[in-house]
Write a protein that binds this ligand. Structure first.
Ligand SMILES: [Zn+2]
Length: 262
């Protein structure tokens, strides 16, 4: 299906290669009611060992369709993708549409939903996200609002602890916070001291997701449609500036979801 990209979204994830997500309009849809879709910035291969273990976000063999489309000379700003990779934004919610900027946050919300699912977070559990970055803040809100988990500032005896940093001091904080039988789930780059984690009795350390599994996007969009969390405080809008800046994420990793209007 041929798409015209209208917005890019960068979820700050440190110095990693940018994999912008996009909001796009299906070419040929009605100008009066354009069909909007969320395009995942990362499509895992689906076949490698990591993908088969449910760690699609860490797959090293996937493709970055949006980044590729932006640097293509053939048809800049357009993208041709099979329908199965596209997530309709307005499905089931014609009366109160999500703004483009809020829909662009679906990648960040999918990341925390995936981390929660992987950790086994359930009703009544306590959850603690270390750090103060955008994923930690969204994770705290989703844990409270969506899963019935109790987000906590407590730094001891927590059931499910999440870490979105390779900072060793935060890693130590995460290990100190988790209670017996609990889990620590880390996202993104491995903390250097990770090897030591496996020796902690009663704690399971789960490999996280370097990005997110696109299968979690529909659930993320549904969460945003139901207004279960407010992502507005995390959105930073940038006007299009130069072609050089297009793949440059926020200079302040973790501060915001940068939404660029094309
Ligand atoms: Zn793979």
């Amino acid at each position: 299906m041929l798409l015209r990209l209208t917005h890019l979204a960068f979820v700050s994830r440190g110095p990693a290669q940018p994999r912008p997500d996009a909001i796009a309009i299906v070419e040929g849809s009605s100008p009066a009611a354009p069909e909007r879709v969320f395009v995942p910035g990362w499509l895992p291969c689906g076949e490698c060992t990591l993908c088969r273990r449910g760690l699609a976000g860490a797959c090293a063999r996937g493709v970055t369709p949006v980044a590729t489309a932006l640097t293509s000379d053939a048809r800049p700003g357009t993208l041709d993708l099979p329908d199965r990779f596209l997530c309709p934004i307005d499905q089931g919610n014609p009366d109160a549409p999500l703004s483009d900027a809020v829909a662009a946050a679906a990648g960040a919300v999918a990341t925390v939903i995936e981390a929660h699912a992987r950790s086994g977070l359930g009703p009544g559990d306590t959850a603690h996200w270390t750090g103060a970055g955008v994923l930690a803040q969204i994770g705290t809100r989703v844990a409270t609002a969506r899963l019935g988990g109790r987000a906590t500032e407590s730094d001891r005896g927590v059931h499910r602890v999440f870490i979105d940093s390779d900072d060793d001091s935060l890693a130590s904080q995460a290990l100190a916070a988790v209670g017996p039988g609990g889990t620590v789930t880390y996202l993104g780059a491995r903390p250097a001291g990770l090897a030591a984690w496996s020796g902690v009795p009663g704690v399971r350390v789960l490999l996280g997701c370097g990005g997110y599994d696109p299968d979690f996007i529909p659930e993320a969009l549904a969460t945003l449609r139901r207004r279960e969390i407010d992502v507005a405080p995390f959105l930073d809008h940038r006007a299009w500036q130069t072609s050089d800046s297009i793949l440059t994420p926020s200079p302040y990793p973790g501060d915001a979801i940068v939404v660029i209007t094309l």
